[in-house]
Design a binder for this molecule. Structure first.
Ligand SMILES: [Zn+2]
Length: 224
């Protein structure tokens, strides 16, 4: 049997839904990763320090424990370049435009303007509305000229695999300010991320600390 819903009812329902104002964007909680929870594991003494701002929304599948655990592991991978993850903090938001939970240039620019994270910043979103769609996307100066807010940000969707390696890979793109990939076996910058692809070559490390420092993303450790 076909149910015919009176048109007037539909119109009222639509109006009611429309009249519901979106809850304002607000910070729900923060998950700090202080220095004592970030042991430096590099073979050589650290030459540069990195701080990360992390952004997520409470009403997504992203679990804060999973994010901070993966960020800690990603930091350990960057230690092979003498980079020490000094501090990271996850800021979880609620409310605001439902579109903030997706990577999509016009809306994501607005989110970055409103949240004002320190760079580099990692955003943990549900999905990307960009075509082609990537499980994660990193922005340097080369792909952010028309969207400057996105410079030095990484957007990670819920479809990402091998999260710690993927985070280190995307962060390396941002720090090197390069979208280049490597064909070296086992290299972190192979275009396909996998747990066994985790090493960085000396030239990649050199580029990372040079560009990272020049772009204000890395701070040089005081000489000892
Ligand atoms: Zn890549």
């Amino acid at each position: 049997m076909v149910r015919i819903v009176p048109l007037a009812c539909l119109a009222v329902a639509a109006l009611a839904a429309h009249a519901q104002p979106a809850a304002p964007l607000r910070l729900a909680d923060t998950w700090p990763l202080p220095e004592h929870e970030l042991p430096y594991a590099g073979a050589a003494p650290a030459t540069h320090r990195l701080q990360l701002d992390l952004v997520a929304f409470v009403d997504t599948t992203w679990k804060p424990e999973a994010i901070v655990t993966a960020v800690r592991a990603a930091g350990a991978l960057l230690a092979q370049c003498g980079i020490r993850l000094e501090r990271a903090e996850l800021y979880r938001f609620e409310g605001g435009d439902p579109g903030y939970r997706y990577l999509w240039t016009p809306v994501s620019r607005e989110l970055v303007r409103r949240v004002r994270p320190a760079k580099p910043a990692l955003f943990f979103v549900r999905d990307s509305r960009h075509v082609p769609t990537f499980d994660a996307e990193a922005f340097g100066t080369g792909n952010s000229a028309t969207r400057p807010e996105l410079a030095f940000t990484v957007w990670v969707t819920a479809y990402i695999r091998d999260l710690p390696v993927a985070l280190a890979h995307e962060l390396a793109h941002v720090l090197m300010d390069s979208g280049a990939h490597s064909v070296e076996p086992g290299n972190l910058m192979r275009d396909r991320t996998a747990p066994e692809n985790a090493t960085l070559a000396p030239a990649q490390c050199a580029r990372m600390v040079e560009a990272g420092e020049r772009n204000g993303l890395l701070q040089r450790e005081p000489a000892r």
